[in-house]
Design a protein around this ligand. Structure first.
Ligand code: ZN
Length: 180
């Protein structure tokens, strides 16, 4: 199993490594050592104490709360709730849907047809960081990009099961149903 030094992974996170080297490291995605070091670096960059279980985006992390709940948390500390519910439901959303709106972000022929497409910008209500942008057909629900099976990952890949195994299921619809 290859090991990578912290400095190298730090450079990788910051996008400072040449592409071929990045690809080489990414091929070892199952590499436990690399994952642990990556998380350690990220943990050192946030000011809150909850352990990071998995990074979701450069600003969002699944963390373990004191009561073993697993929630999505922004680097600024803002929380987005249970990781099994799409965090986008708790984000600030800006929708672009006119030709004018699109002109601000697309150039020339790349521009999608506003009759069909909506561009949604999700940002953190706490710090305003843009978390994700999705261009989707009008009326579709927010994309749930990534629902990781944390218990399996920690148990089978990292060899250290998490406390309080939790049902692995998308709880987004359950949450939406509670709103009505
Ligand atoms: Zn934030």
């Amino acid at each position: 199993m290859p090991e990578y030094d912290i400095g190298e992974i730090e450079q990788l996170i910051d996008g400072q490594l040449p592409w071929p080297r990045v690809q080489e490291i990414m091929k070892g995605a199952k590499d436990v050592d690399r994952f642990e070091k990556w998380v350690k670096i990220l943990q050192g960059r946030v000011s809150w104490p909850e352990p990071i279980l998995l990074p979701l985006t450069p600003a969002l992390f699944i963390v373990q709360k004191e009561n073993n709940e697993r929630v999505v948390k922004c680097k600024c500390g803002q929380e987005f709730g249970d990781y099994r519910v799409n965090w986008k439901l708790s984000a600030a959303i800006y929708v672009r849907e006119s030709e004018e709106d699109f002109k601000e972000i697309y150039r020339g022929s790349e521009q999608p047809d506003p009759a069909w497409t909506q561009v949604r910008e999700y940002s953190c209500p706490g710090c305003g960081t843009m978390l994700e942008v999705e261009a989707v057909p009008r009326g579709t629900p927010p994309d749930f990009d990534f629902l990781p099976d944390l218990d399996t990952y920690y148990k089978e890949w990292l060899g250290r099961p998490l406390p309080d195994e939790q049902e692995f299921t998308d709880k987004t619809l359950e949450t939406v149903a509670k709103w009505s």
